[in-house]
Each structure stands twice: as C-alpha cells, then as structure tokens.
Ligand binder design. Structure first.
Ligand code: ADP
Length: 320
C-alpha cells in the first residue's frame, strides 16, 4: 500500500479534468492516503509548485471546465535530466506514486518517468481529441462534441436561410473522432477526417449536382488534421461558385461545463486510478471500452495509433 500519492493535469485542458482530479483526491483521502496536487503540470513539478490536498480543496469544481490545478507544456520534461529532477521533487516529499491526467504527449512523458525511475504511475486520458489508443473515450470528448453540435445547429439556420455551403473546421489534432461524431449527429453532408482520403473535386461536382436538384444548403465538417477549413472553403467556392462560408470553431471546443457523461466517467476513472496507484499498480491508463472501465498498458497506449471506428465511418456514408 502506498501512503502518499500526487496528481497533476498536463497538456491541453479538457472539460472533466476537474472531476477526474477531484475523484483521485477524494478516493485517496477516503482510503486514508495522503494526496498532493501539483499545479501547472510537469512545469509545476519542476518548480515544486505543489501542496498537500484536503477534501475541501476540490469543492465546487466538478461543474467547471478547464483544470483548477492548471496545466502547461514543459520542454524540460522531454529531457532525462528534467524528469529526474521531477522524480527528486516527488521523493523529497515522500510521494510514492503519480497520477497524470492528460493527452497523448503527457502520457508519453509519464511513461518515460516510470521507465527511468520505477515510480508507480497511473494515467488518465484527458483530452477532447479522443485519440488515446485502447480506449473508446477520453475525458472531455463528449462535452467538446456537444459544443460542436451546438455550433452546427446555429450554422444550419443561417446556411439554410442563404442557401450557403458551410465549412466548419473542428479540433482533434490527427484524429477525426470529433469531426466524425459531430458530423454524424449534426447531419453533415460531408465529413473530412485525416484517417480517410477524400477527393475535393468529386465533392465539388456532387455539390453542384445537389444544388441543381434543389438542395438548400450543405454542411462540411473538416477535422483540423484533414486540412485547413479556410483553404477547403476557398477551393469549394472557386470550383462550384456556390456561396461558401468558413467557420473555424477553435478553442471554444475546449471550454464549458462538462457534460453528464464526462463528469460521471471522469469520476469513475479518477476513482480507479487512485485505487490502482494506492495498491501499488503502475504503468496503466484507465479508459473505457464497450461501455466499461478498462485498464490499458501505459506504454501500449502511447506507442499505438488509435484507429477510427469503421462502423462510424460507414454510418457517415450511409446517412449522407
Ligand atoms: P497533450 O498531453 O495534451 O497531448 P502535449 O503533447 O503538449 O499535450 O504534451 C504535454 C506535455 O507532456 C509536454 O509539454 C511535455 O512536457 C510532455 N511530453 C510530451 N511529449 C513528450 C515526450 N515525447 N517525452 C517527454 N515528455 C513529453
């Protein structure tokens, strides 16, 4: 049994990180284990910006987006010397295990720390991109998808009023999940994702045909990894001569009060992470697969590339 653990959030923030950190803290305290909060991710660990947490420290945060611990990107963590210093700052305080809540990069940094020092590490996938291998779900992806849907609903109103083509660029880095699920649930005509090749000339020809047959408007959802919304919009406008507008949703997708799904799942994952760490387990990431909490090998999670669900890709084509 570990007696003292720490938790940090790192990389891009996502709605539900607070719920996850809260669950880690309260589970540890429930089990009678000391728990430290590290502010500002790996940067904060190197700066020794950390404090022992009490239950009240995580009051009134479950409903908030962002992360109350703060997050950062930290170049020094990419060096073995940096990670060794972080390890020292943990052991100086008697901290025996670390929970890292973050995306792909943060989990990679965690896996290196564990390999180099042997300190127990448990990761939680905290990113709106839903791009962590081994899990169908990452903390924040549901809220982000709902934010996109809200934008799509509004864009549809104006698109139909003007018979426009709307190109909406959404986040997701190299993963098309956000574009795919929001495109399917928003009824988009075209969904462009990095995982699948597309032919813009063919799409333009189809659009021209559809307008001739009376189509009132067209919605194209583009994952940022599949190309620039601006460039795609410009190409469509020039090729089809249709009235085309581009909307790049940007950081609005990162914020907002987490959805019920993100709050509940983040809480469950946080509880499992704390329990696993306390019992001395290491090198695992907790995620969801087929509706259940699963544990994934940390190194597998960072060394494999997630593939987009082929059933979703097929569905998008059927519903087009
Ligand atoms: P995310 O965790 O959201 O994917 P980043 O990719 O920016 O965000 O990673 C967050 C932080 O994790 C980085 O600033 C760095 O400190 C650490 N990190 C990322 N990649 C590595 C790596 N290859 N080796 C060590 N640390 C890394």
């Amino acid at each position: 049994m570990l007696k003292s653990i720490a938790v940090l959030t790192s990389g891009g923030d996502s709605p539900g990180m607070n719920a996850a950190a809260r669950a880690v803290v309260r589970t540890a305290l429930y089990e009678g284990v000391k728990v430290w909060g590290i502010r500002g991710g790996y940067h904060g660990l190197l700066e020794e910006d950390m404090f022992e947490m009490k239950s009240r420290d995580v009051s009134d945060i479950i409903q908030r987006g962002g992360t109350f611990l703060g997050t950062a990107r930290c170049k020094r963590w990419k060096t073995p010397e940096g990670r060794m210093m972080g390890y020292k700052h943990l052991t100086d305080r008697g901290i025996e295990g670390l929970c890292v809540i973050g995306g792909d990069g943060s989990l990679r940094g965690a896996s290196l720390l564990s390999k180099e020092t042997g300190i127990p590490i448990v990761g939680l996938p905290g990113t709106i991109d839903n791009d962590v291998w081994g899990s169908d779900y990452t903390i924040g992806c549901d809220t982000a998808a709902n934010t996109i849907i809200d934008a799509i609903n509004k864009l549809r109103d104006t698109a139909s009023a003007h018979r426009r083509v709307i190109v909406l660029e959404v986040m997701g880095r190299n993963c098309g999940w956000l574009a795919l699920v929001s495109g399917i649930s928003g009824g988009a005509e075209y969904i462009l994702v990095p995982e699948e090749e597309y032919n813009l000339d063919e799409i333009c020809d189809n659009m021209t045909e559809a307008y001739k047959k009376g189509k009132r408007y067209i919605l194209v959802v583009v994952a940022e990894g599949a190309g620039s919304g601006q460039e795609i919009g410009q190409y469509i406008a020039e090729k089809t001569q249709l009235d085309t507008r581009v909307s790049v949703l940007g950081h609005i997708q990162r914020g907002g009060s987490p959805s019920v799904i993100d709050r509940v799942r983040a809480s469950q994952l946080g509880e499992q992470a704390a329990l696993a760490l306390i019992s001395g387990l290491s090198d695992i990431v907790f995620g969801y697969s087929k509706g259940r909490v699963v544990s994934i090998d940390l190194h597998d999670a960072v060394n494999n590339k997630k593939i987009l669900d082929p059933d979703y890709l097929h569905l998008a084509k059927v519903l087009f």
